[in-house]
Design a protein around this ligand. Structure first.
Ligand SMILES: C[S@@+](CC[C@H](N)C(=O)[O-])C[C@H]1O[C@@H](n2cnc3c(N)ncnc32)[C@H](O)[C@@H]1O
Length: 213
């Protein structure tokens, strides 16, 4: 996998650079929460799924192939273009567009709001409003399946940490879903070689269901 050292204020640019190659930077294997979503809320009758920060589309295309009606967005135009190409290759349709997670708000309901490795781009003061929007525009019995990087006092900040990325507090994501049914949650620490310097990250995953009435 290629890696770059991030400079201040260059997140969008950074991902355009990473994605500007034939190869898929994150690979084509769907991320780990995808199979859990499939198990917890299998698609039925055109279930609508939103992939927030879809990158080059590996997860969005996986879900479209499984029968969800998929909408996806990312701030990287190069990523969005590659997601479209991947969907074409898989012979599925995808509604995909360029948008900034900080600005974009849902105005129609989804059965699944999904995101992996992206919510660190929401500054802490905007989290209640944005997560509130995702919750409000989730259909009854629908799920939010989200993963976030969390800070731990015993894990040093990554050498290539981006200035505009804000780690979450451990347990913080779960607290947004205190009144939903928690279908799955985990926190794990993994080794990473981005930037060529070995380091670790902690990631928290939550799949929560909006239980009706
Ligand atoms: C770690 S990658 C994850 C991509 C994808 N979810 C995956 O797992 O393959 C983070 C993604 O967040 C996107 N991103 C960064 N800042 C963003 C923002 N402000 N709004 C929307 N997407 C953003 C990047 O372009 C990148 O595709």
């Amino acid at each position: 996998m290629m890696s770059f050292t991030a400079r201040e204020d260059d997140t969008g640019n950074l991902y355009d650079q990473r994605y500007d190659q034939e190869e898929y930077y994150w690979g084509l294997k769907p991320s780990s929460n995808c199979s859990r979503v499939l198990e917890i809320l299998p698609p039925s009758g055109g279930s609508r799924l939103l992939d927030v920060g879809c990158g080059e589309g590996r997860d969005a295309v996986f879900f479209a192939c499984k029968g969800y009606s998929v909408t996806a967005f990312d701030s990287s135009p190069v990523g969005v273009e590659k997601a479209l190409r991947l969907a074409e290759r898989a012979n599925v349709s995808l509604e995909v567009f360029v948008a900034d997670i900080i600005e974009y708000r849902l105005d129609s309901c989804f059965d699944v709001v999904f995101s992996t490795g992206v919510l660190q781009y929401i500054p802490p003061d905007l989290r209640p409003e944005i997560l509130g929007n995702y919750r409000a525009f989730t259909n009854p019995d629908g799920v939010n399946a989200l993963s976030v990087f969390v800070s731990k006092p015993f894990i040093s900040r990554a050498p290539d940490a981006e200035a505009k990325a804000f780690e979450w507090r451990s347990g913080e994501l779960l607290s947004y879903y205190h009144d939903w049914r928690i279908e799955y949650t985990s926190e794990e620490i993994f080794d990473c070689m981005s930037s060529g310097v070995p380091h670790r990250h902690a990631i928290s995953r939550v799949i929560a269901r909006k239980v009706a009435g």
